[in-house]
Design a protein around this ligand. Structure first.
Ligand code: ADP
Length: 376
């Protein structure tokens, strides 16, 4: 039985635990929240900060493998653990490169990975001085997530809101579709990529509405995306998962947008939609097992279930009983102790014969499945 330390006990950790099945491994989580998602499914949750060097050192001392379910952990501790001979995946040097969007983009450029043309600047406010004319995109080098660190500057007047801090300044991509590929690489350097998925967007709000699997794109585009994802994970020598987000541009080219070295929102459908889920694949890769078959078992649509506007407090999911009549709809509740407007509280995957009908059913159910404040 191998003991794996997981830094973070959020929903990704919870779904790792749920994917273990017969694998000879035991997961141990470190999280500062006594009511984190992993707590609902595991007895091995230690309370503490994954950002504190000595807490991480003490927690990992008796574990065989160390992994993360969130990028913002104490890197110094990970380097020390690696030096002591522990298996740390993702490797700290890769993690350090990925958490800084500037270093990440520079790596793409150095490895000839196609990406939006860019420049690194000390402050977003200096974009015009650097000779750029709108439209362009500003990305805060560190700390951004779920679109919060991204600004589309469409005109000079938008510059009043420009980030005041180190940024990636990049061309606005002429996007036809946003795609993603999750690729796994094992300790033995075996690589398996999941079939490409497609992000479906809210028509007006420009927010991701659903993840559709498989993507409705020509085979040659899918093959190219998987090839780029495999080139990238191999170039980093990363052991574990790499989620690679792409822009498929109007002229047919594929640009890598950004990556994450862990299970990702764009792979949640794989729990029911693929032979092996992304969570099990991650655990296989980092614990020295052969990788699983990642192929699609059925068309799938995955929607995030967010906390309803105007509700904060103990969560209650409205209309959950509707799912009893939907054998191909799978709810994953993240067991969070508090709902807040827009917080990711769970997700729903619907399988169907094609992605259009899966999407239609997922959206119909999502309208009724609201996380509100419990009245009890
Ligand atoms: P985050 O890390 O916060 O998810 P992303 O880099 O994925 O940030 O950007 C969020 C969204 O912003 C993308 O999904 C895309 O819709 C849009 N976006 C980001 N970069 C560009 C770009 N260069 N051109 C056009 N749209 C972009």
């Amino acid at each position: 039985m191998r003991k794996i330390a997981v830094l973070g006990g959020g929903q990704l950790g919870m779904m790792m635990q749920e994917s273990i099945g017969e694998m000879p491994i035991e997961l141990h989580f470190l999280d500062p929240d006594p009511l984190c998602s992993a707590k609902a499914v595991s007895e091995h949750v230690t309370l503490g900060s994954f950002k504190d060097e000595e807490t991480v050192m003490a927690f990992c001392a008796d574990k065989d493998v160390i992994t993360v379910e969130i990028e913002h952990v104490n890197l110094q501790a990970l380097y020390r653990l690696e030096e002591m001979g522990k298996e740390v995946y993702p490797q700290p040097a890769v993690l350090e490169c990925i958490i800084d969007k500037g270093l990440q983009k520079q790596f793409f450029a150095d490895e000839f990975i196609p990406t939006a043309p860019f420049e690194l600047i000390d402050s977003g406010k200096e974009a015009l001085k650097a000779g750029w004319k709108p439209p362009f995109v500003l990305k805060s080098r560190t700390g951004g997530y779920d679109g919060k660190g991204v600004q589309v500057i469409r005109s000079v007047s938008d510059m009043v809101k420009a980030f005041d801090g180190p940024c990636v300044l990049e061309e606005l991509a002429p996007i036809k579709k946003e795609l993603a590929v999750i690729v796994a690489r094992s300790i033995e350097c075996e690589m398996v990529s999941f079939p490409v998925v497609e992000m479906d967007f809210e028509p007006e709000l420009n927010l991701v509405r659903a993840v559709l699997s498989p993507a409705r794109i020509p085979d040659e585009v899918a093959d190219k995306a998987r090839e780029i994802a495999e080139t990238l994970i191999d170039a980093w020598g990363l052991v574990g998962l790499l989620a690679v987000e792409f822009f498929w541009c109007e002229d047919g080219s594929l640009w890598v947008n950004e990556v994450a070295p862990r299970p990702h929102n764009s792979g949640h459908h794989s729990i029911e939609g693929n032979v092996t889920s992304q969570f099990q694949q991650h655990l296989r890769a980092i614990s020295g097992m052969d990788l699983g078959d990642a192929s699609v078992q059925g068309a799938a649509a995955m929607v995030n279930l967010l906390g309803a506007a105007g509700h904060q407090g103990k969560p209650f999911l409205e209309n959950e009983e509707l799912l009893k009549k939907e054998p191909k709809a799978f709810l994953h509740d993240y067991h969070k102790s508090e709902t807040r407007p827009g917080r990711k509280m769970g997700h729903l995957t619907v399988l169907s014969e094609d992605v259009e009908s899966a999407l239609e059913k997922a959206l119909e159910l999502r309208k009724k499945l609201n996380y509100v404040k419990s009245s009890t």
